[in-house]
Design a protein around this ligand. Structure first.
Ligand SMILES: Cc1cc2nc3c(=O)[nH]c(=O)nc-3n(C[C@H](O)[C@H](O)[C@H](O)COP(=O)(O)O)c2cc1C
Length: 334
């Protein structure tokens, strides 16, 4: 990895939390930020066309100051619209832009973007150039190792080099191919086999490029292992469903000497944020639907989660109740 250009070092993120629609909203990102001060956080995918046409830009773009470093992910295929999206991302204060060509959703691919775009590297290059030329942020790309029968290593290697020449600063490679006909998005995250070796080989052959691996990582030790061969690891479902499994990111991945946080530490630290959300008319469920995943694998975890969910869904959860419930967790040593 010594051949990485010195200017690129700043773009290395050893660990990141993946973009996930309906999951990685600003509330979940705040929870992850309390868990790790270092991991790069991604927005959900924002369709550039929708952003361009809406009057409510803040609904798509707003985030909390504490969330930095944060990458905004765009989907799209129109360089002119992506140009405007890039400017907005920079004006709004994002740290980098990610372009998504890994999403196999039929809705997304029918608009000829997402994973189907990987079949059209010239178009992808134009999109990357447009993002890059219209802001000063790093521009990265998230893609698969192949799509349908376009799945040879030669093609992948060519794609990555070509897109690097277009200006991409980092490659996040979901280590499975996408099958556009016959599999739904969920099946496309489980059925095509993970091929970590392909991503490792890509890095080996392109030591000057920043290459990150994604797909199926379940704990910090697995991630540390992968970091021997690639520049970064992106975590999706495991971070969403089991956030506390990742409570030692800062210590083990980034070597920072800090206390490991418990579930109650994290919830207590979020209280001012939750208070602010509620006093601005926000619903407690907006946050609690993510927060309950923090409590698992301990006695009475299910009861705790059910109590919080029920109260929250019935719009009866207030800070006093949450504090009391969290103190109970703390008293049990969690
Ligand atoms: C609910 C859900 C929503 C997702 N939404 C996006 C998205 O908006 N953009 C994207 O690039 N990938 C999306 N993904 C894919 C993830 O970013 C990631 O590539 C995939 O889940 C594999 O990583 P994992 O095995 O660590 O979960 C989504 C995945 C899930 C489970």
């Amino acid at each position: 990895m010594s051949s990485i250009h010195p200017d690129s070092i700043k773009n290395i993120h050893k660990l990141s939390i993946a973009p996930m629609m309906d999951c990685t909203d600003k509330h979940f990102r705040m929870i992850m930020r309390k868990i790790s001060s270092e991991a790069l956080l991604y927005s959900e995918m924002i369709v550039a066309q929708s952003l361009f046409h809406t009057d409510k830009k803040g609904k798509f773009l707003d985030f909390n100051n504490e969330e930095h470093p944060i990458s905004i992910q765009f989907g799209g295929d129109d360089p002119e619209i992506l140009k405007e999206a890039a400017k907005m991302a920079e004006d709004w204060g994002y740290d980098e832009i990610n372009f998504n060509v890994g999403c196999p959703s039929p809705k997304v691919c029918s608009g000829n973007f997402g994973a189907s775009l990987m079949k059209n590297p010239e178009k992808v290059a134009k999109c990357i150039e447009s993002l890059k030329n219209n802001c000063s942020l790093p521009v990265t790309i998230k893609h698969r190792i192949g799509v349908d029968n376009d799945d040879s290593f030669t093609k992948l290697n060519k794609f990555v080099r070509y897109i690097s020449n277009a200006g991409a600063d980092r490659f996040i490679v979901h280590a499975r191919k996408a099958i556009l006909k016959g599999l739904n998005p969920k099946q496309n995250r489980t059925i095509p086999p993970l091929q970590y070796d392909v991503v490792k080989k890509l890095k080996k052959l392109n030591p000057e490029l920043l290459i990150e691996i994604n797909g199926g990582f379940k704990n910090i030790n697995e991630s540390l292992n992968a970091l021997n061969d690639v520049d970064g690891v992106m975590i999706g479902r495991s971070a969403y469903k089991h956030p506390l499994r990742w409570s030692e990111i800062d210590q083990k991945i980034y070597g920072i000497n800090t206390k490991t946080k418990s579930a109650s530490d994290i919830i207590f630290s979020l209280i001012p944020y939750i208070e602010g959300h509620l006093s601005n008319g926000g619903k407690s469920w907006d946050i609690c639907k993510h927060l309950i995943n923090l409590v698992e694998g301990i006695p009475k975890a299910k009861i705790w989660r059910t109590q919080i969910s029920d109260k929250s869904i019935r719009k009866e959860l207030d800070i006093k109740f949450l504090l009391k419930a969290t103190t109970r967790l703390q008293d049990m040593g969690y």
